[in-house]
Design a protein around this ligand. Structure first.
Ligand SMILES: C[S@@+](CC[C@H](N)C(=O)[O-])C[C@H]1O[C@@H](n2cnc3c(N)ncnc32)[C@H](O)[C@@H]1O
Length: 256
C-alpha cells in the first residue's frame, strides 16, 4: 500500500522525536574514526516544506518543530540549520537529510523508498553525492543487501503502519536482519495509538536485546496517535545518554 504521504506529518511531534534521537545516536556513532553504514528501509523524500498545503492541512508541525528552537550546537540543530540553509525558513529535514548532515566521507548511506514520486524527490535532493538510493521494498532490499560494508551500521526502520499486520512484520524483519548482520544497530519508530497495536511489535522484538523510548505527546490530539515510540536493537555504547539528550531537547513537545 502506498497511500501514506509523509508530507502531511513532517515536523510533527513524532517526527521530531525520531529525528532528534537519530541525530544524537549518529553523533555518538561517528565519534570513532571507523566508517559506518547508514541504511533506511522507508526513507521518504528527504526534504519537506512546512509551508506546503499538505503540512498546513494537518497542522502537525505546530505541535512539533514550531514549538522548539533547537540549539544550533546540537546534532539535530545542525541538520535543521543545513536544511533551512538549502530550502529556506520553512524547510524541514527528513531522516535522510538528518543523517546526511552528520555522516562523514568514510560513512556510506543506502536509502530505500518505494513510492515513485517520493523516490524521485529523494533522488533530486541527494543523488549527486554518492548516496545509494533504491526504489524497492525496504525490507526486501535491506535483507538482500545485508550485511553492508562497513560492517558497523545503523538501520532506521520507519514504515507507515498502514495495516495492522505491519507491526509484527517490522519485528520479523528486524529479527531476520540482525541474524544476517549481527553488528547492526536498528532503530524502529512506531506510533502509540489508543488501540495499542505496538504491543505486537514489542512482543516480536522480545527475543532481541532492545531498549525502548516511548512518550505521550505534550499536546494530545483529539483523535489518532497519542504518542511516539522508538525501539533500539543492539544499542551501542552511549545510547542511554542519547535518549536522555533527546528527551531534554523535546521537553516542549513530549510529556515526561
Ligand atoms: C514514515 S514515511 C518515512 C519518513 C522518513 N523516514 C523521515 O523520517 O523523514 C514512510 C515512507 O515509506 C514509504 N514506503 C511505503 N511502503 C514502502 C515499502 N514497502 N518499502 C519502502 N518504502 C515504502 C512511503 O512512501 C513513505 O515515504
Amino acid at each position: 500500500m502506498l497511500s501514506y504521504q509523509h508530507a502531511y506529518h513532517a515536523g510533527g511531534p513524532a517526527d521530531v522525536h525520531k529525528h532528534i534521537v537519530l541525530a544524537e545516536l549518529l553523533a555518538r556513532l561517528t565519534e570513532k574514526p571507523r566508517g559506518l553504514s547508514y541504511v533506511e528501509t522507508h526513507a521518504g523524500r528527504g526534504l519537506y516544506d512546512l509551508a506546503a498545503p499538505e503540512a498546513a492541512k494537518t497542522g502537525e508541525a505546530a505541535a512539533g518543530i514550531a514549538r522548539l528552537a533547537p540549539d544550533a550546537g546540537t546534532p539535530f540543530g545542525r541538520a535543521l540549520a543545513a536544511a533551512r540553509a538549502a530550502g529556506g525558513a520553512s524547510a524541514y529535514p527528513g531522516s535522510p537529510l538528518v543523517a546526511k548532515a552528520l555522516l562523514r566521507p568514510q560513512d556510506r548511506l543506502t536509502l530505500m523508498e518505494l513510492h515513485p514520486a517520493e523516490h524521485a524527490a529523494l533522488k533530486a535532493t541527494l543523488a549527486t553525492d554518492g548516496t545509494a538510493i533504491h526504489r524497492r521494498d525496504g525490507f526486501e532490499g535491506a535483507l538482500a543487501l545485508a550485511p553492508f560494508a562497513p560492517r558497523r551500521g545503523l538501520v532506521l526502520v520507519d514504515p507507515s503502519y498502514e495495516v495492522k499486520s505491519d507491526y509484527a512484520a517490522a519485528a520479523a524483519f528486524v529479527r531476520r536482519l540482525v541474524a544476517r548482520w549481527p553488528e547492526a544497530t536498528v532503530l524502529v519508530w512506531y506510533p502509540l495509538l489508543p488501540a495499542a497495536r505496538h504491543h505486537a511489535l514489542r512482543a516480536g522484538l522480545a527475543p532481541l536485546a532492545v531498549a525502548f523510548d516511548e512518550a505521550p505527546f505534550a499536546v494530545p490530539p483529539a483523535r489518532g496517535m497519542t504518542g511516539s515510540g522508538l525501539a533500539l536493537v543492539n544499542a551501542p555504547h552511549g545510547s542511554a545518554a542519547a535518549f536522555a539528550a533527546a528527551r531534554r531537547q523535546t521537553a516542549g513537545i513530549l510529556a515526561p
